[in-house]
Design a protein around this ligand. Sequence first.
Ligand SMILES: [Zn+2]
Ligand SMILES: [Zn+2]
Length: 336
Amino acid sequence: MKALVYTQPNEVKIQEYASPSLEPDEVILKIDAVGICGSDMHAYHGHDPRRKPGLVLGHEFAGTVMESGSPLFARGARVTGNPLITCGHCDYCRAGRNNLCANRTMVGMTRPGAFAEYMSIPASSLIAIPDDMSSDLAALTEPAATAVHAIDLSFKAWRSTPADSRVLVIGGGAIGMFTALLLKHHGVAQMDVAEIHDQRRAAVAREVGCGLLNPRSEQIPVDHYDLVVDCVGAAATRVSAFQSVRPGGVIMHVGLQDWASEIDMRKLTLAEITLLGTYTYTTEDLRTTVAYLHQGVFGACDWVDRRPLDQGAAAFQDLHHGRSASAKILLKPFNG
Ligand SMILES: [Zn+2]
Ligand SMILES: [Zn+2]
């Protein structure tokens, strides 16, 4: 089969790759659409020691079951899925927090991913999608679920209600976009998105219709926001998050571009700031997200760019050089 293989830092190539073989309790999926994630870009840049050259990346997939070794899904079923393959029996899995599974592995990391015509995956990781839901929309489940999980955790710590709150989202990439769309759906009174990339800021303005800030030229208000969601997670954005959150407010740290930081422990303590981390999503979050996408909670999502898998190398290059107007590119192995 054809696959887009990560061959060396800053290079992915279309190559002939061994087709997956059917294992017990697994299925073979034909990939209908697969998104390029920030973490795929991180691997592409050679910055992820867990993702080594020779690997097929890609974990934001929608596909059709071609062969099944499980009674859970029959041939022809249209699905998306949880790229985290979890054990189902550790404390976290049993408590419904399988994103923290002690024994987890991952599609596109510890096993071949979805930048290919076919991929194998355990049937227990799959989620059925409605008949009238497009594969392109379903392939957005994973990044949108990251926002769903983060906002869910934020609500648990948040003392104010969305209707009388001011929120700042830092970063207008795909996760920032989904976060802002979700917060708008929840009825947040006043929301600003901070983003340095002009085209991404324009896309957020068009899709979300909230306030926009360019941190390169504008001052972010100090002690102002009830909730700050940092979808970048860099030293500079963490400083902005601490400056802009108001006393008693919540900072949700979603992105993880780097992690060495001085945290303003004085403000955290004296102003009762709640600092939260979040990691991916549970399988339940993914199910909720499929329903949200299907109901239109995130809008039509037509800001997403779609390209044939054959042009995947150019898509990685465009994202690398910041030439892509869209924060999310979907690759289509069969009908791009
Ligand atoms: Zn992803
Ligand atoms: Zn587990």
